[in-house]
Design a protein around this ligand. Structure first.
Ligand SMILES: NC(=O)c1ccc[n+]([C@@H]2O[C@H](COP(=O)([O-])OP(=O)(O)OC[C@H]3O[C@@H](n4cnc5c(N)ncnc54)[C@H](OP(=O)(O)O)[C@@H]3O)[C@@H](O)[C@H]2O)c1
Length: 133
């Protein structure tokens, strides 16, 4: 497969990237500073911010799935919501139907308020499923 990866420089995302590459996938990854991404022949780094709709479209073009490990290191960031609002339209524009988003939100007490499911259903009328453990 050819996944587009967001948040690949983070604590969770670096494992997502490592596993995707180890399984033989070709990856395009967006990072604000691509020096934080591993050097690999099957990894195409793209520099940019997930809030930039144009660069997000470039990352998703040619992909067949999106993996998001976007997160926030400071309280009050809206990067996950902002990211979905650029990622989902880009997926629709390029006919990409698979999104896997890693999030602690939606687990336990917040299980009925999953951020990604709510945005996908309410803003984009997508079929969305949350898998929590
Ligand atoms: N860490 C855990 O133990 C854990 C456990 C359960 C669930 N989770 C979930 O996994 C997700 C990620 O958590 P994490 O701990 O891995 O977070 P993290 O280490 O802070 O990583 C966040 C990632 O998002 C990227 N990012 C933030 N703002 C961005 C922007 N404007 N444009 C592009 N990229 C941006 C960061 O890039 P930069 O390098 O540029 O900042 C980084 O790659 C969260 O939703 C969290 O709820 C984490």
């Amino acid at each position: 497969m050819h996944p587009a990866v967001f948040g690949g420089t983070g604590h969770t995302g670096r494992h997502v990237l490592d596993q995707a590459l180890a399984q033989g996938h070709t990856v395009t990854a967006l990072a604000r500073d691509p020096r934080g991404l591993p050097a690999h022949e099957r990894l195409r780094p793209v520099a940019g911010d997930v809030r930039d709709a144009d660069v997000v479209k470039q990352v998703i073009a040619g992909s067949d799935a999106v993996l998001s490990a976007l997160g926030q290191r400071r309280w009050g960031s809206t990067v996950c919501t902002d990211g979905m609002r650029t990622i989902l339209p880009a997926m629709q524009a390029h006919g990409v139907a698979r999104l896997i988003a890693f999030s602690g939100y939606g687990v336990a007490d917040s299980r009925h308020r999953n951020l990604y499911v709510a945005i996908a259903r309410d803003d984009y009328a997508c079929r969305a499923v949350a898998i929590t453990s």
